[in-house]
Ligand binder design. Sequence first.
Ligand SMILES: [Zn+2]
Length: 191
Amino acid sequence: MRAFGKFAVVLAGIALLSPAPARASLREDVAGFFHGIAVHFRMLRLAAQPPDSVLILPLRTTRVHRLYDSWGAGRPDGRKHQGQDLFAPRGTPVYSATTGYVTRIGENRLGGLTVWVMGAGRRVYYYAHLDRYPEGLKANDRVDTGTVIGYVGATGNARGGKPHLHFGVYTLQGPINPMPLLRDPGRTPSF
Ligand SMILES: [Zn+2]
């Protein structure tokens, strides 16, 4: 904490002593620095809470009782399915299943376009095979069960197959089956 404090004082000092244009950009840097620290502390506070006992189904186009449980199903390359596949038409909005913070947005070979969200208890929620992202979504954004974090697609190793959301839940001990925790969302105006 002392190091943070010193760094902040040095930054503020530089900001005050610089010419006006540089000062404006430095002011933004300083504001960004403090915003970053604030987000970091809010994330730590959420991480320290007990993990969610209920996850809200990330799709509004289906119901939990209609889902097919594919947890642990074998995959051609010998892997076991570490999540649930939620089928929906391409472009269906994907909502965050929990309150949390976006920790990563990016593309990988298997998952295609993906979003990672850290929730309470340092659980990590993984949304994969997305078609696209909502405009402006970025790492460190706070999300809740009303936040669209992507749209259903068939990217990664789902390419050429039926569009679906791969939903994974990772604890510090490893992946868990999301199915027993999933609940239908309540009726809201956006439903
Ligand atoms: Zn899957």
